[in-house]
Design a protein around this ligand. Structure first.
Ligand code: HEC
Ligand code: HEC
Length: 429
């Protein structure tokens, strides 16, 4: 992915089997006795009005509770098929013959996005490196930066963190649940919120990036640095940078630490390695994007809702200033994504987080800036923060800094019982 150190800022900015089998056995026995009865007696036919009105039909079974990794409710049959084909792609394990590497971080999308279900996060981190001199970050692109590929198809092809790198950061895997809804939020909504939220210590900035799939300037929203605006672009980026699968948007292989002769020695599959299926007109990146687009948001936690007090504290402590509780999708040709509320708890903006930053400039984001991560499903992820440095949600909040300092201090100063109410709220969203 392209990383630049200069930019133009825009201010506009989770016994059934036993029950089933008992029902089956009982049903079978009943059916048998009915057959015997039928052979011994003439048929007793239903007589309207003879015994009063017919019994009401049994109530329909309650819908199954939503689960992590389920498709969005209300998809058409074709969209369900696209979700299934996309899931197949997401789990597909690349091989040397299919184009894996020569350097890579995982051989399938599913290798990292696993918890608490496929499409989720994990404690797997990737590594970014670069060189910072006088506050200016150099991604060391010519030495294979800023993303390290820490695996290779042969020992001789391995990439290492170069000696000249003095800035090294880890990035935790991000869950993909509900990403189709996030993608469907109009740029204008994020820009409008940015313009009205520039109050007090808050200076959220939209990440203005060029979307590789359309060449249009868009508001980035995916990744810790809001480096991508669309799921197709993120899929294309992940194919080449995490798996070493070149595709129509990124047709050039990553050379180990920029070494072209090593690349020539180990790269024997013609580019682009991701090819379009003539029957469907879709390539692997399109299928992976379909899967993510149709993936349902995290389901609400089972159990009684937490006391309302926690949600109020989230407001009064100033958390909602960045972790915007909800936005709405725009008009969308997919009914399941059309003008739907999105309870993401993020403004999708970049904030200066002081000591809580990773020093890596990427896309529009400076080294000091991080995107507010959505908090839906936060209780089912972890460890927390961009590099997983927080073992608990409480710790994650205490480590907030920069623009979030005031809000963090309000949390720290809350009596213990109120902290617990706020944490119970976070665990419920
Ligand atoms: C080696 C582990 C690994 C593999 C393999 C991997 N990912 Fe990821 N994924 C990550 C990490 C780490 C992040 C956070 C990246 C960042 O922002 O720096 C991430 C973030 C994402 C995001 C952003 C989600 C959001 O809501 O912000 C998407 C989308 C994504 N990955 C899709 C994919 C797809 C599609 C594949 C397969 C082509 C894939 N990933 C393979 C580790 C992985
Ligand atoms: C100035 C904006 C801002 C404010 C205010 C703010 N946050 Fe955050 N929050 C962020 C950013 C940015 C991150 C990601 C930082 C990182 O990982 O480096 C984050 C991360 C988190 C995380 C970890 C999420 C994860 O997936 O790892 C939690 C939990 C969280 N915030 C809760 C809160 C709570 C509770 C409050 C109020 C007491 C709050 N935040 C106030 C911007 C903010």
């Amino acid at each position: 992915m392209k990383t630049s150190t200069t930019r133009t800022r825009r201010r506009c900015l989770l016994t059934a089997t036993a029950i089933v089998s008992t029902t089956l056995v009982t049903g079978y026995a009943l059916a048998q006795s009915q057959i015997i009865t039928a052979m011994q007696h003439p048929a007793v036919r239903y007589q309207p009005d003879a015994n009063g009105p017919p019994p009401p039909p049994p109530p329909p079974p309650p819908p199954p509770p939503p689960k992590f990794g389920a498709p969005l409710p209300g998809l058409t049959n074709d969209q369900m098929l696209a979700f299934a084909a996309g899931l197949g792609q997401f789990k597909n394990v690349e091989t040397v013959a299919s184009g894996l590497g020569p350097i890579f971080n995982g051989s399938s999308c599913a290798a990292c996005h696993t918890r608490p279900a496929l499409g989720g996060s994990s404690n797997i981190v990737t590594t970014r490196f670069g060189r910072t001199v006088d506050g200016v970050f150099n991604p060391l692109t010519n030495l294979g930066g800023s993303l390290l590929q820490d695996k290779a198809i042969a020992p001789g092809a391995r990439e290492f963190i170069p000696q000249s790198a003095n800035t090294i950061a880890h990035r935790q895997t991000i869950a993909l649940f509900g990403d189709g809804l996030i993608e469907a939020i109009p740029d204008a909504t994020i820009l409008h919120n940015a313009a009205v939220s520039q109050t007090g210590p808050l200076h959220g900035l939209p990440a203005m990036i060029t979307d590789v799939t359309t060449d249009k300037e868009r508001v980035g929203r995916f990744g810790w640095k809001a480096q991508q605006a669309t799921l197709l672009a993120f899929a294309a980026d992940a194919f080449v940078n995490e798996m070493g699968i070149t595709n129509r948007y990124f047709p050039t292989e990553n050379a180990p630490n920029g070494n072209q002769s090593l690349l020539a020695k180990y790269d024997h599959v013609a580019d682009p390695e991701d090819t379009t299926d003539p029957k469907t007109g879709k390539a692997g990146i399109d299928r992976a994007a379909d899967y993510m687009r149709y993936l349902a948001p995290p389901p609400p936690r089972p159990g009684p809702p937490p006391p309302q007090a926690g949600a109020q504290l989230f407001q009064t402590a100033g958390c909602s200033g960045c972790h915007t509780p909800s936005m709405q999708t725009g008009p969308n040709s997919v009914a399941a994504l059309n003008q739907k509320p999105v309870f993401l708890y993020s403004d999708l903006l970049l904030h200066n987080m002081g000591s809580l930053n990773d020093g890596i400039a990427q896309g529009f984001a400076l080294g000091t800036e991080m995107k507010t991560p959505p908090l839906w499903g936060v209780g089912a992820s972890g460890p927390w923060l961009h590099d997983g440095r927080a073992a608990t949600i409480d710790q994650a909040i205490r480590l907030h800094d920069g623009e979030a300092k005031q809000s963090r201090d309000r949390y720290i100063n809350l009596p213990e019982a109120q902290k617990q109410q706020l944490l119970a709220f976070l665990n419920s969203i």
